[in-house]
Design a protein around this ligand. Structure first.
Ligand code: FE
Length: 218
């Protein structure tokens, strides 16, 4: 499957490709994350225990199907890998082309970011004297690293690919169907603009064909 950046790009043209049985780690992750949320954890425990689950997921780089690792030449892409049936959480693959970056933006819900390939840099922002200003040093995530954002931990940042010559990929987990909720970007001139990010893909990876993992019955 190949999809263009939305909105404004050409329509998705699905090309069905086999999904590797290596997708099993992603299935195990979404099942474990759902079970964690079944216990109604507070944010600290989501960051600690959910972060540990994400750290385990991004410790291996063999499970992401190539269809969801394709960069766009102009913009970073957000591929939805899984959405919880009651929208308690979503798992999104961010594919950063060389030098690509977000605008300054917020999330409005908790989020966990795990680096799968390459590296990214996140610069936090906070209001000071009525102006949004950079706060602290940029945080660099290399493959295997995990960080958290939220309205209580710090929710406004700008993220960029740490590399100008290669693609980087991060796996994000949010406490909502993140592509369908109202958020904000913060233009350099001040103020904030509402936006809803949507997703780059129209089709999901198939987490649930476990047939290749079953014992051979013949
Ligand atoms: Fe973000």
């Amino acid at each position: 499957m190949r999809c263009s950046w939305r909105p404004g790009g050409t329509p998705c043209k699905p090309q069905l490709e086999p999904v590797s049985a290596d997708i099993a780690p992603l299935r195990a992750f979404v099942v474990a994350f759902g079970r964690l949320l079944d216990t109604h954890p507070d944010e600290d425990r989501i960051v600690r225990d959910g972060g540990a689950l994400l750290r385990r997921l991004v410790s291996r780089d063999s499970w992401l199907p190539d269809a969801f690792a394709q960069a766009d030449p102009e913009h970073y892409r957000q591929y939805l890998l899984h959405a919880d049936s009651t929208e308690r959480f979503s798992v999104v693959c961010f594919v950063w082309g060389p030098g690509q970056a977000t605008p300054v933006h917020d999330h409005t819900v908790w989020g966990l970011v795990g680096m799968l390939r390459g590296a990214e840099c996140s610069q936090g922002y906070a209001m000071r004297d009525g102006l949004l200003q950079a706060q602290g040093e940029p945080v660099r995530l290399d493959a295997g690293d995990v960080e958290a954002v939220s309205p209580t931990l710090g929710d406004v940042h700008r993220v960029r690919n740490a590399y100008d010559d290669r693609v980087s990929i991060s796996i994000h987990v949010y406490g909502a169907n993140i592509g369908a909720i109202a958020r904000h970007t913060y233009p350099p001139g001040g103020g904030r603009k509402p936006f809803v990010s949507g997703y780059a893909n129209a089709l999901f990876p198939n987490l649930w064909d476990c047939s290749a993992e079953l014992p051979n019955l013949t």
